[in-house]
Design a protein around this ligand. Structure first.
Ligand code: C2O
Ligand code: CU
Length: 471
């Protein structure tokens, strides 16, 4: 199976500014080579050594039609063992890419074939699940798009993967992965925001023609950074969260929260008037950071602006019955300033002080901490196939945790005890500091599935576990 590296680079680069016909057939990628190479991140200075898929960060946009067979040959040319996880996709358990749980790690020089059907339309992504706190921020991530049978009519479909790198003055990645102080606080943050693998900021533009309609697929591939995006001069419609259709609505309060692992699909219409400066897309999370500017060029696409878009075609979801659902509770403790009592690591009871000292683990879920190198994971709870489940997650820590469940989508019922009016389906939901989130789902996919924080340093620091579904 030969692949053409240049084509992959074009596919990734083309996503930002180049006008491409809507629904252009993507090159059929058959092989993913995970390797080390150099790529320009900052506009000036030396290129950066990165780890990535097929010689580019992000990796190639993997694009399928709903119902397509996916068959990907993964080759590990990294200096470490690895795996690939298909974030959000409801794949058979054996294809989920979780080391020690669903497969043995892919050793250096070894290969693994991932085969499954792309049953769910929407915006997803792929990344390693082995040492993800290091492998993902080094550059191993890519978009995975499944087109609806009847896609929403748009002029252009654009994929933006947002992430960050921690670079020194020579543009080299700072190799400080796995620090206990990052594990126990808000995670390792980069100092260079990236948009599709290269530095975000003043140089980056999204060109729109007047009244053009773009579907902008936003994916947060950062290992710890939460974005809060503002679109100056525009009011995009949210049409999907985590790939799942929602009734089209404007961004609440004009600020789009996107936590690690999450995706949001926007319909962005070119409704502003052309101006020199363009319109900023800014991260307002902590220090305001310019991501890119919307600039206008070319002739109007149509005489009148389009109004509210139609809803996307939705995926198959079974409505959980809350009257009969089994209830489970998950209590989160630990981290800096937290007051954990006792805990266990892989079934062995330990004082949290000792957990910290012996394992560098600083978080517990129901008083248990697990890490990916553990050979034996005792599931947090068990379900039988078809069981309706309500899960109450209670955060007794001072930090935010984007919690991700593998193999399923869940309805977000309530946030901090208040009913969530949107009740959207998600695979990753943000749990606020000392807050709570209630979710519900039907345990439809048998197997042992990860439930973990997508701040990858938190996951490495103990905030990962599994839930098991018996067939
Ligand atoms: Cu995106 Cu368990 O991961
Ligand atoms: Cu967390």
């Amino acid at each position: 199976m030969l692949f053409n590296r240049r084509r992959f680079i074009q596919a990734a680069a083309g996503a930002i500014a180049l006008p491409a016909p809507a629904f252009a057939a993507a090159p059929a990628v058959r092989e993913l080579q995970m390797g080390v190479f150099k790529q320009r991140v900052r506009a000036s200075g030396a290129p950066t050594e990165v780890w990535g898929f097929n010689g580019s960060v992000p990796g190639p946009v993997l694009r399928y039609a709903r119902g397509d067979k996916v068959d990907l040959h993964v080759v590990n040319k990294l200096p470490q063992p690895t795996t690939v996880h298909w974030h959000g996709l409801r794949v058979p358990n054996a294809m989920d890419g979780v080391p020690q749980v669903t497969q043995a790690p892919i050793e250096r020089g070894a290969t693994f074939d991932y085969r499954f059907t792309a049953d769910d339309a929407g915006t997803y992504w792929y990344h390693p699940h082995q040492s993800s706190f290091e492998q993902v921020p080094r550059g191993l991530y890519g978009a995975f798009i499944v087109d609806e049978q009847k896609p929403l009519p748009v002029d252009r479909d654009v994929v933006w993967m947002l992430a960050d790198y921690k670079l020194d003055e020579r543009n080299a990645q700072v190799e400080d992965y796995g620090r206990v102080q990052d594990f126990g606080t808000r995670g390792r943050h980069g100092n260079v925001f990236t948009l599709n693998g290269t530095a975000a900021g003043p140089g980056r533009t999204l060109q729109l023609r007047p009244r053009e309609r773009v579907r902008l697929r936003l994916i947060n591939g950062a290992s710890a950074r939460i974005f809060r995006l503002e679109f100056a001069g525009h009011s995009p419609w949210i049409v999907a969260h985590d790939g799942q259709a929602v009734a089209p609505h404007p961004i609440p309060d004009g600020l789009l929260f996107l936590s690690p692992g999450q995706r949001t699909d926007l319909i962005l219409d070119g409704t502003a008037s052309a101006n020199k400066a363009g319109y900023a897309i800014t991260d307002r999370r902590s220090v305001d950071t310019l991501i890119a500017r919307i600039v206008y060029a070319g002739a109007p696409v149509r005489a009148k602006a389009l109004g509210r878009p139609e809803a996307l075609e939705s995926n198959r979801h079974t409505e959980p019955n809350l009257n009969t659902a089994t209830e489970h509770f998950l209590n989160f403790e630990g981290g800096e300033g937290g007051m954990p009592a006792i805990g266990q690591v892989d079934g062995k009871a330990l004082k949290v002080e000792d957990i910290r000292k012996e394992h560098g683990l600083t978080w517990t879920m129901n008083y248990s901490a697990q890490h990916e190198h553990a050979l034996m994971h005792e599931p947090l709870f068990y379900m039988r196939k078809g069981e309706h489940v309500q899960l109450h997650m209670i955060n007794n820590t001072l930090f935010e945790h984007p919690m991700h469940l593998h193999g399923h989508f869940f309805r977000v019922l309530a946030i901090n005890g208040k009913p969530n009016p949107l009740r959207e389906w998600r695979d990753t939901v943000l749990l606020g500091p000392q807050g709570s989130v209630d979710i519900a789902f039907v345990a439809e996919n048998p197997g042992e599935w990860m439930l973990h924080c997508h701040v990858l340093d938190h996951a490495a620091g103990g905030m990962m576990g599994t839930v098991a579904i018996f067939d």
